[in-house]
Design a protein around this ligand. Sequence first.
Ligand SMILES: C[S@@+](CC[C@H](N)C(=O)[O-])C[C@H]1O[C@@H](n2cnc3c(N)ncnc32)[C@H](O)[C@@H]1O
Length: 242
Amino acid sequence: MINPLKFFSPSWWRQLAIRLRWQQGRSSELRFWDRYLSSKGLRWPQEFQQRLDPNLPLSPELAGLLDPASSRPKVLDVGAGPLTVVGRRFRGMTVDLAAIDPLAAEYDILLARHQIVPPVRTIRGVGETLDRQFPPNSFDLAHARNCLDHGLDPVAAVEQMLAVVKPGGWVVLRHHPDEAIAENWRGMHQWNFSRSPEGDFIISSRSEAVNVTRKLRQCAEISCDIHNDDGELWLEVRIRKI
Ligand SMILES: C[S@@+](CC[C@H](N)C(=O)[O-])C[C@H]1O[C@@H](n2cnc3c(N)ncnc32)[C@H](O)[C@@H]1O
């Protein structure tokens, strides 16, 4: 039976507003990727070529977190888009890489239109419900770049990523700081990722702010840093499951 108290609660309406904006944002996300694929990378042509390279090495930042003795590391890329940026080679081995995105079916249509065969095919999956798709404690590393702040509930998505990595494994997040403010709260941009003056990882929306460092203190060690890569600011969060 529908609970009328839940139906009229402010948080229920906030969730509904975020869902509606997410649905509206789908078409602009798809238009972006259509232009990206047709132009072979917009202003990032080198990155486009790397996404197509089947022998792309794992970036040193990710490779440095993996156990060198691991026989075939299992890595998850959440919100991968049509072509994951995560490398596939590590110490002469092919990484067991899963790339997921809620728009995977639409990306398949775009890839076919532009006659692109991805080295790693993105399959459908949502950051907030990873436990329905993958067993707990199953990945050595879970990565998300520029995507959880496009989602419905990024705090839940971080918790889900932590649930599917092994104890001692890593969750690595790379997002632009305060993207919702920078994008003027358009479309999927409803969340800001930021670093508090104390160095804590904060996720905030128009109506709430969550200190993720404090929330996960019992089950993880977290670092949160801001880097400037070629003039672009990135908030990098590394979470180690304990
Ligand atoms: C700007 S793209 C980034 C793609 C890729 N990570 C990269 O860095 O190139 C943002 C992606 O986030 C995905 N996304 C949106 N909501 C999501 C969610 N709840 N869980 C996982 N991915 C989501 C979108 O479908 C889109 O493909």
